[in-house]
Ligand binder design. Structure first.
Ligand code: PLP
Length: 364
């Protein structure tokens, strides 16, 4: 028995450590997870009610086309229903794009460090990777455009970027899109779209009419707080969506996810309140970092990449022993850093109190 050799070269995704794992390992009763950019306020109560209503229908296959969600989302975005594709998380749409466009003999351009799944999927499909280093934590769009060649099929732009939290501006993106040949697909991964407050951030949906080679990815996993239900979506031209439909699994999104996402979409008050509380939480963190003289990347997301100038895995371990799970910068291409998800006020207080002991050397 021998699987395809190249899939073994693709790294197995290393998720944030589960809470139960840490409780057991360190004998703790209270553990907070600030590792996976989940919403600390949960999801809209309307989403929970919608799931409860659906519980008598578990024996039925879901609507493979996600029609109710599709119609409402198309309406909210001002696009045609046929311009949307749904995935089991936006992770699955990355996979569908890779499966549809990448193969041996092609290449794909992305930043580094960025979201790990672009790379993994490209390796699985046998495409060559062209990785362009971030410049001060930001996508270097000029260098990325220059890296495109005859074999390039897909370019990935993670905006805001995970793990740095930075954005490319509308002006920078427009200049980039003008340079990219129309035969090359540009993927805008906007998983943190709803968290962004910077007015320089590009509004990409209106750009679709000018750039048919563009696809925008968003998700219900982050600000909507529905990560467990796995609903992500792509917005693109009808032509591109119909091509991707050929590689979509028939029932890739579940009915509970569809009804919850639809209800959550109609609770924009919840979304706005999470965005506002997130900015307050960020200020709480950055005020402390400023006090301690720590540098960090300017973030438009619900996480922050901070330079503790200490061995990342050691700091990670110390936080873990104190019941706090974050992401070590070593795993993200930023040695010396930690990526911390913004929590509730209380969670932020807790991590700051432990971090303070770490940076002052009080915690050995
Ligand atoms: C979280 C995240 C995703 C994946 O989200 P799902 O919809 O849960 O699959 C995609 N891209 C980036 C940059 C993310 O941070």
């Amino acid at each position: 028995m021998q699987p395809k050799q190249r899939i073994l070269n693709a790294p197995v995704y290393q998720p944030g450590k589960p809470i139960e794992d840490v409780k057991r390992e360190f004998g703790l009763t209270e553990v907070i997870k600030l590792a996976s950019n989940e919403n600390p306020y949960g999801c809209s109560p309307k989403a929970k009610a919608a799931i409860a209503e659906q519980l008598d229908n578990l024996a039925l296959y879901p609507d493979g086309a996600s029609l109710n969600l599709r119609w409402d989302l198309a309406d909210a975005l001002g696009v045609k229903p046929s311009q949307l594709i749904f995935g089991n998380g936006s992770d699955e749409i990355l996979l569908m794009i890779s499966r549809a466009f990448l193969s041996e003999g092609t290449n794909t351009v992305m930043a580094t460090p960025t979201f790990s799944q672009y790379r993994s999927n490209a390796i699985i499909e046998g495409a060559e990777l062209i990785e362009v280093p971030l410049k001060d934590g930001v996508h270097d769009l000029e260098a990325m455009a220059a890296a495109i060649n005859e074999q390039t099929k897909v370019v990935w732009v993670c905006n805001p970027n995970n793990p740095s939290g930075t954005i490319v501006t509308a002006t920078e993106l427009e200049a980039f899109l003008q340079k990219v040949p129309s035969s090359v697909l540009v993927v805008m991964d906007e998983a943190y779209y709803e968290y962004v407050v910077d007015s320089a951030y590009p509004q990409t949906v209106p750009m679709l009419s000018q750039y048919p080679n563009l696809i925008i990815l968003r998700t219900f996993s982050k600000i909507y707080g529905l990560a467990t239900l796995r609903i992500g979506y792509g917005i693109a031209s009808e032509e591109l969506v119909s091509a991707l439909e050929h590689v979509r699994e028939p029932f890739n999104t579940g009915a509970l996810g569809q009804v919850a996402a639809r209800a959550a979409l109609h609770d924009q008050e919840f979304v706005i309140s999470c965005r506002d509380r997130n900015r307050e939480g960020l200020k709480q963190l950055t005020d402390a970092f400023d006090d301690w003289g720590l540098s960090y990347f300017p973030t438009q997301t619900n996480f922050i990449l901070v330079d503790l100038k200490m061995d990342s895995d050691e700091v990670f371990k110390k936080l873990l022993m104190n019941g706090i799970i974050v992401r070590s910068g070593n795993a993200l291409g930023f040695p010396g850093y930690q990526r911390i998800t913004v929590g509730t006020k209380e969670q932020n207080e807790k991590i700051l109190s432990v971090l303070k002991e770490i940076v002052t050397g009080a915690l050995k």
